[in-house]
Design a protein around this ligand. Sequence first.
Ligand SMILES: Cc1ncc(COP(=O)(O)O)c(C=O)c1O
Length: 439
Amino acid sequence: MKTGQELYRRAKTMIPGGTQLLSKRPEMFAPDQWPAYYSKAKGCKVWDLDGQEYIDVSYMGIGANVLGYADDAVDEAVKSAIDSGSMCTLNAPEEVYLTEKLLEIHPWAGGVRYAKAGGESMALAVRIARAFTKRDKVLFCGYHGWHDWYLSANLSEGDSLADQHLAGLEPLGVPKGLAGTNLPFHYNNVAEFAKLVEKNKDNIAAVVMEPVRNDYPVKGFLEKIREVTKRLGIVMIFDEITAGFRLCAGGSHMALSGGVLPDIAVFAKGLTNGYPLSAIIGRKDIMAAAQSTFISSTFYTERVGFAAALKNIEEYQNRRVWEKQIALGHRVKEGWKRMAEEYQLPIEIGGIDPLAHFSFIVDDFLGYKTFITQEMLKRGYLASNSFYASYAHSEEIVDRYIETLGDIFAKIQIIMEKDGNIREYLDGPVCQTGFQRLN
Ligand SMILES: Cc1ncc(COP(=O)(O)O)c(C=O)c1O
């Protein structure tokens, strides 16, 4: 057993869930095979604890590293922030410079607050919306973190978060009194949204959604939500935590046709190239409500996050990173399609180009997914069924990846033609999906 897998075994005896992020559990990739820990990461290369080198064609820091790992420019700014004192009784001026920058990029907004993680900044945005409107309910689609306001959707009957994000998110520990306060609708389903509004319209504080992610908005979808929210005084919140800094330098909403602008937008992963900071930007009058509801935290003020974000945005703009993310993501999607056609695999491809993913239309996709990860690991790739493009990838790298994946698709074709029993070919357990206990 490799050093990383051994360490992960130890981790699971002490750290409930093994790690702090579901998406970093080896069980989500290839249990007992995924290297689990890294000793070093640079560009799109990763080294495990045994010094084995991999090219990351999976999630690139679970979406956080838009420039690539350990980017020199951002890391220099971070080191300089550390050398100047990352914490102090006084405030870091970079907080103000970053605010000016975010407001320059998003001229519709007039105020910014900061936090550290994505999910918590969504909780902050919802709190501000509730404080501003003095109403309780939220309508949402998609995933927005682990906090009470969000998980409360599953206090009502059924597993309503299963088809929004993940199955099995039991709202244990969430006060039952929150039942009925967070109501789901599905992306691109205007009728469902309109019905929910009709039923709850006197008490809706916010509509929370990603402007784009797996699908592009159908014509009129965002426009309709904007029209209704404006008419009823509901705060429209765009979660740009993952979609932001992928299609343009800033919120993906600025790159979509239709020109729909939210009242609040929330950023995290794409903002700093891997350092903890999230930003809640919003209309001046709405953000002013953050003065009347108490939101305050020591580490929201530390310097590294602001310094990293300022430099990351500058580099993202100067290098026109979104153009590369879109082009490389598109190239990978085309590659998946070509290989699937060549080996006659029933593939389904989705996601905006910089956040692309595929699946096979088969009974046991998890088995195939595990097999792909297992075989790609042997060939020096961290690979799953998603590709998050970064500036550190190149055409040569993705072409070689597609070629290597083609060899595995060829094996899969043979297995499918035989009896489709992919599990016979796995060197470890099948990967998991959804949320579950590990031990
Ligand atoms: C759209 C969206 N919202 C919220 C989150 C939660 O962010 P974090 O993991 O930083 O708490 C994520 C993370 O994947 C996300 O993709």
